[in-house]
Every structure is written in structure tokens, then in C-alpha cells.
Write a protein that binds this ligand. Structure first.
Ligand code: NI
Length: 407
């Protein structure tokens, strides 16, 4: 039995929260191309009387809620984009768009942040400072966060928070920790150029399939021999292309792969080792090589104080369910916000209760969540906002008099 302490304001919106998530789930949109999603978000935020901007970071939406007294500026972020996957689950709220589905839970993120904005808009007079809601496009690969930042979404922001529904943890768990929580996710392409020839006469050739095989073996030693075993890193070769025929020695080979690391220093170390291994192969085999290394999302690194604030807020909702997250080597463009301002990204357990834990991973075609998790996210965000912005009172008439008379 999971005990959740859902705030009454959130419970009251249970049906609309689930309805919004299912509506978004049925109408997924990709990357920056989110006319329906961003339109719905902007309309709902405008109806709350917030200062709404559209077209932020190409197709993002921001909304500002100003409290009744001066105070800090806090940004809360949700991502809105779906994935190019054909949904195979059989829910009645299945995607209606061919080949596109919300397989990561961003529909839930958008619904939760909208509910949070609605609840806070009613409490405006008791808030200090400013809460800024960021609805971001293109988290899945295109780095929408960078475009939002370039358009000034962090201007004046003191700290930022974001969450991810997390099917690796059950309902009632919240995963959070200071420091790195998601990995850097880079892409590399290696090209070898050798000397081709007859498959029966290798003498005088430089066989790029042999070099490619050697390279694939050699990169396995980066994580096993160069990285501190207590750190987390991955080097994966995902594709190998070489040769055209069984009896021709290939004069070219191309390999692509990904590098994942939790720290910038390990990321740099891996990059450097790739270069060194290639230089070694050039000497050994007389092959020529090039390395294209594309920096993807940086590591997502939480600051200590903001992590403490999230931990405290989450304890009020899931009690002892707060702890170390189920970590993955995935990347998140929330990392870009955290490079600019202090903040914390955390995971809200959402694994469907009726299936074995781990059997409905993110980015799978039968992805779904335990929708009760949609109540957990806003409850945590509201406690956070209360801790940072609560306590403002519009002075009562008597208080005003006293202040005036005291001069
Ligand atoms: Ni995601």
C-alpha cells in the first residue's frame, strides 16, 4: 500500500489533470512542431490572467505569475514533445497520430505544470516574488532548452526546477540527489580510409574491416581501464559500415556511436582516449582516420541547496518514498538550464502498478504511466513554491493604519 499526501487543491483537479494528459496523449506532436499542444497551453495560461509569451524558443510558451510582494524568481519547466514511435498499447486514449506517440511522459509533464499554474494563479495574493512557467519544445534530441534560454526565458530567474515521470520507480517513490542525475549524451563518427584489393591478396592492402574490428575492441578498454570504476560512463559503437563484396578488401569503414558520462571531466577523458586510440591504429596499420565528435546534452547536475528544497517538499508528499533515484545514462536538455542557474531535476515514480517494474520503459511503443503519479508532481511543486514564495499577506486595514500612524 502506497500512502500519498496529495494536496487538496490537486486532488480537486484529479479528473481535469487526467483528462488533459489523455488529450495530449491522443494528439502527440514532434520536436518544435507543436501547434496544437502549445496552443492549448497558451490558451489555458492566458485564461488564468498570467503574462503569457508564445513562440519562445521557436514554439515554447512561458507564463509569469507575479505575487503581491517582492521575492525570488522561480522557474518551473515542463517539456511538451512526443516521439516518432507507433503506439502499440491498447488504451482508449491511444495516439491518433500515425507513427507519433507520447512515449516518454511529456504529456503528463505538461498536464502537471498546467494544473500547478492553475492552483497558484488562485493564490497569487499570498505569494511573494515571481513564478515562471516554462513549457518547452524539442527535448527529445533537438535541445529546445537552448532556444528557450536564447530567447531570455531565464532572465532574472534565481532557481529552476523540473521533473520527469519515471517508470523505473513505482508510484510513491521520488528519486533525487545532488550532483549529476543524468548523463552527457554525445555522438561520434569515425571514418577509416585504407587501401582496398582482392580478398585473396591482402598483401599491399590496408584492410579497414580489420581496423574497424580492432577499434571496436579497443574502445571497450576506455570504460573498463581508463575511467574510475566508481564513476559512470558508457561508450557504445552503434553502427559499422564497410565493404561491398565477400571477396574485396574494404578500403573504407565508417562507425558511429555514443558516449555517456556523468561528469564533464570523464566526457573529456573519453574524447581524448578516442583520439589516442585512433592515432595508435594509424601507426599500427597505416590506415588514415577522422573523428567527428558532436557534443550532445551536457550532464544534468543538481545544486545542493535546491536538491534539499526538493527533498523536503517531496517528503511532505511521499514520506519515506524519497531517496536516491534509479539512475540512467540518458540525457536531458534540462542540463542547459542548470548550467545557467541553480536548480534541481527530479524523478517521480510512475511505473504502471499492474505490470512488473521495468517492463514499461520510456521510449517503448507500449509506454504508459500510473496516472496517480500526475497528482504527486504538482503536490511537490506546490510545496516547493510555498517554501520559496509563501507568507506574503496583503496588509489588512488595521495593519495599514498602524503603519501609517507610526511615522
Ligand atoms: Ni523525457
Amino acid at each position: 500500500m502506497v500512502t500519498l499526501y496529495i494536496l487538496p487543491d490537486v486532488n480537486a483537479r484529479r479528473e481535469s489533470l487526467i483528462a488533459t494528459r489523455r488529450d495530449l496523449h491522443q494528439h502527440p506532436e514532434l520536436a518544435f512542431d507543436l501547434p496544437r499542444t502549445a496552443g492549448l497551453v497558451a490558451e489555458r495560461l492566458t485564461a488564468l490572467g498570467l503574462e503569457v509569451k508564445t513562440g519562445v524558443g521557436k514554439s515554447g510558451v512561458t507564463a509569469t505569475l507575479r505575487g503581491s510582494a517582492p521575492g525570488p524568481v522561480t522557474a518551473l519547466r515542463a517539456d511538451m514533445d512526443a516521439l516518432p514511435i507507433q503506439e502499440t498499447g491498447d488504451t482508449h486514449y491511444k495516439s491518433t497520430v500515425e507513427g507519433v506517440m507520447h512515449a516518454c511522459g511529456h504529456d503528463g509533464h505538461t498536464a502537471m505544470l498546467l494544473a500547478t499554474a492553475e492552483i497558484l494563479a488562485e493564490k497569487r495574493s499570498s505569494l511573494r516574488g515571481e513564478v515562471r512557467f516554462l513549457f518547452q519544445p524539442a527535448e527529445e534530441g533537438d535541445g529546445g532548452a537552448r532556444y528557450m534560454i536564447a530567447d531570455g526565458c531565464l532572465k532574472g530567474v534565481d532557481r529552476i526546477f523540473g521533473l520527469h515521470l519515471w517508470n523505473y520507480q513505482p508510484l510513491g517513490e521520488v528519486g533525487v540527489r545532488p550532483g549529476p542525475i543524468l548523463a552527457a549524451a554525445d555522438i561520434f563518427t569515425v571514418r577509416f580510409r585504407g587501401v582496398g584489393g582482392h580478398g585473396a591478396a591482402p598483401q599491399g592492402t590496408v584492410d579497414t574491416t580489420v581496423v574497424a574490428a580492432e577499434f571496436i575492441q579497443a574502445v571497450q578498454t576506455i570504460v573498463s581501464r581508463n575511467i574510475n570504476p566508481l564513476d559512470n560512463a558508457v561508450v557504445t559503437v552503434g553502427t559499422v559500415r564497410a565493404g561491398h563484396s565477400f571477396n574485396i578488401i574494404a578500403d573504407q569503414a565508417t562507425l558511429t556511436g555514443t558516449v555517456r558520462a556523468y561528469t564533464e571531466s570523464n566526457r573529456q577523458l573519453i574524447k581524448q582516449r578516442l583520439r589516442e586510440l585512433l592515432a595508435g591504429l594509424e601507426k599500427m596499420y597505416g590506415v588514415r582516420s577522422t573523428l567527428e565528435y558532436e557534443d550532445g546534452y551536457p550532464p544534468t547536475v543538481n545544486t545542493a541547496e535546491e536538491t534539499r528544497l526538493v527533498t523536503e517538499a517531496a517528503r511532505k508528499v511521499v514520506g519515506t518514498g524519497v531517496g536516491d533515484p534509479y539512475l540512467s545514462m540518458g540525457g536531458e536538455d534540462f542540463a542547459y538550464y542548470l548550467q545557467k542557474v541553480p536548480g534541481c531535476f527530479f524523478f517521480v515514480g510512475s511505473a504502471p502498478a499492474d505490470r512488473p517494474l521495468g517492463s514499461v520503459p520510456h521510449h517503448c511503443s507500449h509506454f504508459d504511466i500510473d496516472e496517480r503519479a500526475l497528482l504527486v508532481g504538482p503536490s511537490i511543486l506546490l510545496h516547493l513554491v510555498d517554501a520559496l514564495h509563501g507568507g506574503a499577506k496583503t496588509p489588512s486595514k488595521t495593519e495599514k493604519k498602524t503603519t501609517g500612524g507610526g511615522k
